[in-house]
Write a protein that binds this ligand. Structure first.
Ligand code: TA6
Length: 283
């Protein structure tokens, strides 16, 4: 029987790690940002990566699963979505085979973040675990310093969709919703549909979400340690203003993010925190 493989390769001229299962599913993780840029399952790419994404080794990469940490969006003094998506991570562990799963861990050392404008001692690890039909990313944090610090953040997953105007997201019914475009608070509708700029923050439901996209169904779950979910699609007008997106790119993507937006998480000296998001192909 073929074996699970992992190799250091390049993609869009970026160094990274390729994971491949004997059954055919694969994933690709860039060292920049520990950003998963590809997840192929059932012979189909499941993540959106903009064809205009910058690949200069330091600008944010538009697509895949950016890790936003230690700040979500512009909710603080740091660059938008924090620092780590633009940093060079290293492979810390693996690839490791466990049952039918193949995983790799990428890391930033505590002194790397201490040397940034944030200035806090924080060791960061991202585990990417690939199993048949499933991709799970887990962010692990450790505070080895003497001072507590706090963070907001997200696993800012760009899902590939055939046509965003036909896609439907369910599972959020009745959850607290903040529409960041209109700055309106409401209770979420049973299903979310897309076509204009959509940027909303939800209280995460315990049972997770389901994305229906043509004949494909994707279950999206996350750990309770991420208290919120962000759903984002720029729509045509906003998309046209994004230099690293093609004009029609908004039709092919939908971000569903495991997030902590409103209340920063405090990590005490010596303490750890971890949070995951899992994507499971149902059909
Ligand atoms: O998570 C949604 C969001 O915060 C939107 O407001 C939008 O700006 C998006 O992230 C993308 O941010 P970026 O900095 O990657 O262009």
């Amino acid at each position: 029987m073929a074996e699970a493989t992992a190799a250091l390769t390049r993609f869009a001229d970026q160094p990274g790690v390729a994971l491949r299962l004997p059954q055919g599913d694969s994933a690709w993780v860039a060292l920049q940002g520990a950003q998963v840029l590809s997840w192929v399952s059932g012979g189909q790419e499941q993540l959106y990566l903009s064809p205009n994404a910058l690949a200069d080794g330091h600008s944010p990469i538009r697509g895949g699963i950016p890790v936003c940490f230690p700040q979500f969006n512009q909710r603080g003094p740091l660059p938008k979505h924090g620092l780590v998506r633009q940093m060079a991570w290293a492979v810390a562990q693996g690839p490791t085979v466990e049952g039918d799963a193949l995983s790799v861990v990428l890391a930033l050392q505590a002194d790397q973040l201490a040397a940034t404008v944030w200035g806090q001692a924080c060791a960061v690890r991202l585990q990417v675990q690939l199993s048949p039909g499933r991709l799970c990313t887990t962010l692990h944090l450790h505070n080895p310093g003497r001072l507590a610090w706090s963070f907001t953040g997200a696993l800012h997953t760009y899902l590939a969709v055939q046509d965003a105007t036909q896609a439907e997201l369910t599972g959020l019914a009745g959850q607290a919703e903040w529409d960041a475009v209109l700055d309106v608070h409401a209770s979420a509708a049973p299903s979310q549909r897309f076509g204009t700029e959509f940027d909303r923050v939800y209280t995460a439901p315990a049972q997770g979400l389901m994305l229906q996209d043509g004949g494909r169904q994707l279950a999206i779950t996350q750990s309770a340690t991420w208290p919120q979910q962000v759903v984002w699609n720029p729509g045509p007008a906003k998309c046209a203003s994004l230099a690293d997106m093609p004009a029609e790119g908004w039709r092919q993507m939908l971000c569903v993010e495991a997030a902590c937006v409103d209340t920063p998480v405090v990590v005490a000296p010596g303490a750890q925190w971890s949070g995951w998001q899992a994507l499971q192909r149902v059909r």
